[in-house]
Design a protein around this ligand. Structure first.
Ligand code: SAH
Ligand code: DHB
Ligand code: MG
Length: 223
């Protein structure tokens, strides 16, 4: 199997199930034009995030790692009008592009973008009464994933869904000797999920336009 084949099959399903959407297309175009890295979830993956948030009837969503707001838009579209999504981004330029993409999507009223290192902005949320979150999407710097999971658990309740992107990393996740800080962070994150009695977890391996990777999906089963 080749990347070319994965991309072609991804396009086949995208053409069938993810009708092109001017707002999402414009978000990707503006992100690329501003020189942001193409690290957004793919269209099919965005649709997966939307469906999971809808299935769960999410009213409050936390996202760690905004980039240009592509996954933000997918997730925020699942929200009822009185719901909200808080998204955390360290890079001011990414945040600026995201804010404009979110505005174009008509989602400025439900999305709040906080600029700063997530480990600095996460501690503000509970004291401000913004938690618990129904759904938490972890997709920022992978070396910090263990800390992000600890925060996600603090900011969740029984029934919350914790989703993390990029937990397979082309299979590098099983390299116990890896010196890559991202692989080490993801491995520690996976081990934490496995030993955490508050969550029930699976990993969905994915192939497609973004290569071989995967999502961890963890249901919080106790307060
Ligand atoms: N969720 C986005 C992709 C996010 S890419 C999507 O699918 O569309 C990862 C993002 O995390 C980048 O924008 C990067 O700047 C941001 N990031 C990296 N380290 C961070 C940190 N410590 N705190 C907050 N954001 C961080
Ligand atoms: C990278 C980060 C991501 O969140 C992603 O989905 C793909 C790639 C990266 O840092 O390379
Ligand atoms: Mg990602």
């Amino acid at each position: 199997m080749t990347q070319e084949q994965w991309t072609a099959v991804d396009r086949y399903f995208t053409d069938l199930f993810v009708p092109s959407d001017p707002v999402l297309d414009a978000a990707l175009e503006a992100s690329a034009a501003a020189g942001l890295p193409p690290h957004n979830v793919s269209p099919n993956q965005g649709k997966l995030l939307l469906l999971l948030a809808q299935l769960q009837r999410s009213r409050t969503i936390l996202e760690i790692g905004t980039l240009g707001g592509y996954s933000t838009i997918w997730l925020a579209r699942a929200l009822p009008s009185d719901g909200y999504l808080i998204t955390l981004e360290a890079d001011a330029k990414h945040a600026e592009v995201a804010q404009s993409n979110i505005a174009r999507a008509g989602l400025s009223d439900v999305v709040e973008l906080r600029v700063g290192q997530a480990l600095s902005t996460l501690p503000q949320l509970a004291p401000e009464g913004r938690s618990p979150f129904d759904l938490i999407f972890i997709d920022a710097d992978k070396p910090n994933n263990p800390d992000y999971l600890a925060w996600a658990l603090k900011l969740s309740r029984q029934g919350s869904l914790i989703i993390a992107d990029n937990v397979v990393r082309k299979g590098a996740v099983i390299d116990t000797a890896s010196n890559d800080a991202s692989v080490q962070g993801i491995r520690r994150f996976n081990e934490m999920l496995a030993s955490e009695p508050r969550v029930s977890t699976t990993v969905l391996q994915t192939v497609g336009s973004k290569g071989y990777d995967g999502f961890a999906i963890a249901l919080v089963v106790a307060d």
